[in-house]
Design a protein. Structure first.
Length: 135
């Protein structure tokens, strides 16, 4: 594969994160503080999404933690892409969602982040929102 070290465009309406997970529930009486969920990343762009395991300025699967009013309360860096995702392909990945500290309703808005802190997906490329309930 060709080495690409420059930043890619921040608005990517042709890249999609897909998951069947709609909600997860954490119980404060149990020790479990994280949950892995499966997602697919569909790359309909004309360039590959490069893993930071192999290239500088690679892509991580991450999420914004939102409160019950959909305000961002934290940005959670998660896992690097396991492999490069060639243009025109779809790849399965996993992301770990962590239990918020207080009881309540939260949301995890999935996103991709480029090494160096550039969030890649925005309202032009809607991403899944997963409800997180802490009871």
């Amino acid at each position: 594969p060709q080495h690409v070290s420059k930043k890619i465009p921040m608005t990517l309406s042709n890249i999609h994160i897909i998951t069947n997970t709609k909600a997860i529930i954490f119980d404060t009486t149990h020790e479990t503080a994280e949950q892995d969920i499966s997602v697919s990343i569909k790359n309909d762009s004309t360039f590959p999404l490069l893993s930071p395991l192999f290239y500088k300025n690679g892509i991580y699967l991450s999420y914004h933690l939102l409160d019950d009013k959909m305000n961002v309360i934290a940005n959670r860096l998660s896992l690097p892409l396991v492999n490069n995702i060639p243009a025109g392909s779809t790849q399965k990945e996993f992301i770990t969602l962590y239990k918020p500290h207080a009881q309540g309703v939260y949301y995890a808005k999935l996103n991709l982040i480029q090494d160096g802190g550039h969030w890649l997906l925005n309202d032009e490329s809607p991403t899944p929102i997963i409800k997180i309930i802490v009871k």
